[in-house]
Design a protein. Structure first.
Length: 143
């Protein structure tokens, strides 16, 4: 008698192993997505910092916003020589201000134009930064 094929137990073992490996892959992929969103947040903060420094060089002050303002949308989607503006502004230092890749926002505050604070929230730990981080003319640090 010549047996060809696999037994039911062999098939169940292979299916269980495939299920275990796919579960591990999904967990690892979720962590990679979190890290990539955090890396984008820090990159976005550096880009906005650069645009704000260019603005400061031309105007000797930062754009003012007395209260914490969400940037990247509405009247704060573009940064030009006049300050914050809607998307598509002319002669822009930053034609499209980035938005948070997740569910939170980037907040900007500058009461008197001599300094500013950009705030973002990280999902994990990146470059020894965790939780809410603030960017200012002196750099990026934990809040």
């Amino acid at each position: 008698m010549n047996k060809k094929g696999f037994t039911l137990i062999e098939l169940l073992v292979v299916i269980a192993i495939i299920g275990l490996l796919s579960t591990l892959a999904v967990v690892a992929l979720g962590s990679a997505r979190e890290k990539s969103r955090d890396a984008k947040r820090l990159s976005d903060l550096k880009q906005v910092q650069t645009a704000l420094e260019l603005y400061y060089t031309d105007n000797s002050s930062y754009p003012t916003a007395a209260s914490s303002t969400v940037i990247g949308t509405g009247s704060y989607a573009c940064l030009n020589a006049s300050g914050w503006a809607e998307a598509g502004c002319a002669d822009a230092f930053m034609g499209q201000v980035p938005t948070d890749p997740g569910s939170s926002d980037y907040a900007y505050t500058s009461a008197d134009g001599t300094t500013y604070t950009l705030t973002a929230t990280l999902e994990g730990t990146m470059n020894n930064l965790t939780g809410t981080v603030q960017a200012s003319p002196s750099g990026i640090a934990n809040q």
